[in-house]
Design a protein around this ligand. Structure first.
Ligand code: GLO
Ligand code: MG
Ligand code: MG
Length: 415
């Protein structure tokens, strides 16, 4: 029987309720989870896709986030301020309204980011040959720093989307990288001045890599490329600059996201984290966290928990274009947050699991080699550890049991 239009929202709401497993807004607020303006306002458009949803302004997004218990909000400068109004009186008026909406809904702005990819001015990237474009890029990142301090943010993110090219040979890569560094240096210098004047800490400046899109070739395609850029000597304040890895962006080029995060951790540069999901070697589908790779996500969160990562988890995904405006806040955001919290709690269970603990400790203790054995005897060392190494597969089994809840005694029967 067909479902009348005016009964569909009630059906979606009832089935969402029937899923159970949702956390209260108070519980959700205990996590450093941020909701982007652009994620909630995404209308479903793409190169080959017309929009499927109506526009949503920041007042509505912030109100919904407040109700859901998403305690932090993030934005591009141009998500909320028209390009032509940036740095002008209208900006101050809009930022004032944002501050009011945040305060009224108990939401805080954690991060601001500069759009340096969409507007036609960035056709040749923010580090274009034209000095005017590069001066404008400096104005934009400095202006974003101002907005960030005004709204109480702690982080500024830079996804230099258009830093690359379609055709080879027209730009010289080292020169372009130097020019891009000049924009970041301008942002950091300005930040130091503003922070000192306001008696606030400087922002944490976070670079975000993506291997493909929107350019054909990207100059800083991975988090590792960005780590080497930070350490290159081109930045005047490398200590102020770290990473905002995005889960899917690392997966897109075929990396193990957990290993990419580990490299950022050991470099002390894991400042901020964009959480979502998707597929290897595909475009940036930005599916909500845990819908594609829940086991990998569980493992990522074990790593972050065990290293005491305490930065934001930014819900940088796109509600699918099959989801309605109603569905964005009734289903998409609350379920994304709740899957994240569940996986976070499971990661805690993994850390405390006696089987995982004992197996891990045994592997680290290693097998007993006969006293006085020759340390050059590879065959003897291999024999001494041979049986222990089966524990790798057992640990993997245990992680899947925890993910499926089987470790709590649930079994399925075919008989
Ligand atoms: C696009 C990026 C983008 C950034 C945002 C923050 O693929 O993920 O959403 O995260 O511009 O700088
Ligand atoms: Mg992102
Ligand atoms: Mg993405």
């Amino acid at each position: 029987m067909s479902i009348p239009e005016n009964q569909q929202q009630a059906l979606v709401a009832r089935l969402t309720q029937a899923c159970g497993g949702s956390y209260s807004p108070e519980t959700r607020r205990k996590f450093y989870i941020s909701g982007p303006q652009w994620a909630a306002a995404y209308q479903g458009q793409a190169l080959f896709h017309a929009p499927t949803r109506e526009p949503v302004g920041f007042e509505d997004v912030i109100r919904h986030y407040g109700e859901l218990g998403i305690g932090h909000w993030t934005t591009h400068d141009t998500d909320v301020i028209p390009t032509e109004a940036l740095g002008r009186d209208q900006q101050a008026e809009i930022v004032g309204r944002i501050g009011k909406a945040l305060a009224e809904n108990g939401v805080r702005c954690s991060m601001v980011t500069t759009e340096t990819f969409y507007h036609a001015v960035w056709a040749a990237s923010p580090a274009a040959e034209s000095p005017e474009v590069r001066e404008y890029a400096k104005f934009r990142v400095k202006n974003t720093v101002d907005i960030g301090h005004e709204l109480g943010a702690g982080f500024a993110v830079y996804w230099p989307g258009s830093l690359g090219y379609y055709v080879q040979g027209a730009i010289e890569e080292t020169e372009t990288l130097g020019w891009y560094a000049e924009a970041l240096n301008a942002a950091c210098d300005h930040d130091r001045t503003v922070a000192a004047a306001k008696g606030r800490a400087t922002l944490k400046h976070c670079l975000e890599a993506k291997p493909f899109e929107p350019q054909a070739e990207i100059l800083l395609p991975t988090s590792d490329a960005m780590l080497s850029f930070i350490a290159s000597g081109l930045l005047t304040h490398p200590e102020m600059v770290g990473l905002n890895p995005e889960y899917l962006h690392e997966l897109m080029w075929g990396a193990a996201p957990r290993a990419a995060l580990a490299r950022a951790l050991v470099a002390g540069k894991l400042f901020h984290f964009d959480i979502n999901d998707g597929y290897r070697l595909k475009h940036d589908v930005d599916i909500a966290v845990g819908l594609v790779n829940p086991l990998d996500w569980l493992n990522v969160l074990v790593l972050l928990r065990s290293h005491g990562y305490n930065g934001p988890f930014n819900l940088d995904y796109k509600p699918p274009r099959t989801t309605s405006n109603f569905g964005v806040f009734a289903v998409s955001f609350p379920t994304a947050v709740d899957r994240f919290i569940t996986l976070w709690e499971m990661a805690g269970e993994v850390q405390d699991d006696p089987i995982v603990k004992e197996a891990t400790a045994a592997l680290k203790a290693g097998g007993t080699v006969a006293a006085g054995a020759d340390p050059r005897d590879a065959a003897a060392i291999t024999r001494a550890n041979r049986e222990l190494l089966t524990l790798h597969e057992l640990i993997a089994h245990r992680l899947v049991q925890i993910l499926l809840g089987v470790h709590r005694g649930r079994t399925y029967s075919i008989g």
